[in-house]
Design a protein. Structure first.
Lengths: 295, 272
């Protein structure tokens, strides 16, 4: 009895000392910036106006929420995240099914097709903007010319579409990689049995494959959402949020407030809004992962 | 039989067609790096006389090596630190679970959900006031903390796969916690630890929010250096391509090597 009790204490102590560094660091990394963001968001604090300071109440929030640029950036964020999700998830499912089939050189093709995910965002954006989408010398302009189509000024005529194309190119391989892995645990016997019963490929896809992928698809959607809500580098190096506000998403909007206008209070209030939005998604993701942890 | 064969053929054509379109920008960048600047902007062509002049220009006329060294220090430094902090933590979670373990794991995951832009202002001000702006140490710290939850999670899923009796046997023989970790756990889970490390390296190497906002020149890694091509003067496509090829090549190889294990880390063990 005594040994059991003391064993538990020793075990508890061991657990504490082994986990303490990771837990403490993450706690500091989360609480200090979060606390400061919240605090600043209620302060009058602009680095360009040193004399101005003090408690601002909800002034920063009122100012921000009546700023049309904020709502435009929220809309842009929504379109960007929604479009990229639709393209990568649907594309990822179809590609995963395709890559599940045997074909010549599948191993090599698989390595090539997931490569864009490993390219740093600044490289992806600049290669696409210059060498692929340049209205005169780009590959697309040349290709359109071959077919007698007029060339497109991608980044001035269709700025948001251009960003969506680049970001989808980066994240489609991610969806494919996850969904392909999930497909590999699909019970082949079940598919075979369905085929014996006369089910066509479409029926198998909708009644066996898709339900099997359900959890993996929800994981892909949630993880992509977390990252897509903060898309920054691709916009930073190509359009700088323009023309006008056409490609300014919430992350870029806050960045301008913070490091261009040095409006600490306003940027922090924007930060709080971004954190709230991300948390709405996070709750669902954590629930899914928690459910998985129990198994 | 012929119908099956032709179906196979069409499948291969379709899959390879899509693959080549997806891979094309990387392929094109690779080719363009070996062109002259004039050839880079000429009508697209697969046939040209390759030259190393763009590579030479990048290596000689920019501080490419310095930025590459910054990237290496940050990616490897932060990964080593994260592993060092995460191994004991994941060990205790996998082998000495308490009722609180699950909650701790989920809480760690939740710190990863904090959008970086939400804490841009405080981090920037803390860095400014402590002299960490544009320093290697500053980004090593940020990347370590950024990857710590993923590293703990991924290690935890690998450790959990290990049969418990192996460590029990070690404990019977009187091994202490640190001996147990160093002599039993680490060798047995080395492949898992390696792929965890690779994922952390890939994520830090490609990180481009903090690197763009917290560095300017001295500590700028390759992501920030490549960004400087966004406002260049004159012809620059071949140089951009050469610099980009060098910047992404090592990480592409790492990604190819660890693609199967990456799924665990990227989905927090929800898809294996």
């Amino acid at each position: 009895m005594r040994t059991r009790a003391s064993g538990r204490t020793v075990g508890g102590l061991r657990t504490l000392s082994l986990q303490a560094p990771a837990v403490t660091l993450l706690l500091l990394w989360m609480l200090i910036p979060l606390g400061m963001t919240l605090w600043f968001s209620f302060q009058r604090y602009n680095m360009l106006m040193p004399g101005m300071s003090g408690f601002a109440g909800f002034e920063n929030y009122r100012y921000l929420l009546t700023d049309p640029a904020l709502w435009s950036s929220m809309g842009t964020t929504l379109v960007l995240v929604g479009s990229v999700l639709a393209i990568t998830v649907i594309g990822g499912i179809l590609l995963a099914v395709l890559f599940q089939q045997e074909f010549l050189g599948r191993g090599i093709a698989r390595i090539l097709i997931i490569s864009p995910f490993f390219v740093m965002p600044t490289v992806s954006a600049l290669i696409w903007q210059n060498m692929i989408m340049h209205p005169v010398n780009g590959v697309l302009a040349w290709l359109f010319g071959v077919f007698g189509l007029p060339s497109v000024e991608w980044f001035s005529e269709l700025p948001l579409v251009s960003i969506i194309i680049i970001v989808s190119w980066e994240w489609l391989p991610f969806a494919l990689l996850i969904l392909l892995t999930a497909l590999q645990s699909l019970d082949e016997d079940q598919v075979e049995a369905a085929r014996m019963d006369g089910a066509g490929p479409l029926a198998i896809f909708f009644f066996i494959t898709l339900p099997h992928l359900k959890r993996a698809i929800s994981v892909v959607i949630m993880i992509e959402m977390i990252f897509l809500l903060s898309i920054f580098a691709e916009i930073f190096v190509t359009t700088s949020g323009g023309p006008g506000l056409a490609t300014t998403n919430l992350a870029y909007f806050i960045y301008i407030r913070a490091l261009f206008e040095f409006d600490v209070g306003g940027a922090s209030a924007g930060g709080v809004i971004a954190i709230i939005l991300a948390n709405i998604v996070a709750i669902f993701l954590i629930r899914t992962v928690a459910k998985n942890l129990e198994n | 039989m012929t119908m099956l064969a032709s179906k196979r053929l069409w499948l291969a054509v379709l899959a390879w067609g899509i693959t080549l379109v997806m891979f094309f920008p990387i392929f094109w960048m690779f080719l363009t790096g070996f062109k002259t600047e004039a050839a880079a902007v000429a009508t697209p062509s697969l046939f040209f006389s390759p030259t190393l002049e763009s590579y030479m220009a990048v290596l000689e006329r920019t501080d490419y090596l310095k930025f590459a060294i910054n990237s290496v220090i940050m990616a490897f430094g932060s990964t080593a630190l994260a592993l060092l902090i995460a191994v004991p933590c994941a060990y205790s979670m996998a082998f000495l679970p308490t009722p609180r373990t699950k909650g701790t794991l989920l809480w760690m995951l939740s710190t990863k959900m904090l959008p970086p832009v939400g804490v841009l202002m405080p981090i920037y001000l803390i860095f400014r006031d402590t002299g960490l702006l544009d320093s290697q140490l500053g980004l090593v710290i940020v990347y370590t903390l950024m990857n710590l939850p993923i590293v703990v999670w991924m290690l935890y899923t690998f450790f959990k796969d290990l049969p418990k009796d192996i460590l029990e046997a070690g404990r019977m023989d009187g091994a202490g916690t640190s001996q147990e970790i160093i002599y039993l756990l680490l060798p047995l889970t080395l492949p898992g630890i390696a792929s965890t490390g690779l994922l952390a390296i890939i994520l830090s190497w490609n990180e481009a929010f903090w690197s763009l906002n917290l560095t300017s020149y001295d500590a700028a890694p390759l992501t920030a250096f490549i960004a400087s091509f966004s406002s260049p003067e004159g012809l620059f496509w071949a140089k951009l391509s050469a610099a980009s090829t060098m910047a992404i090549a090592p990480i592409l190889v790492f990604g190819w090597l660890s693609q199967k294990q990456l799924v665990r880390g990227l989905t927090f063990g929800a898809v294996k």
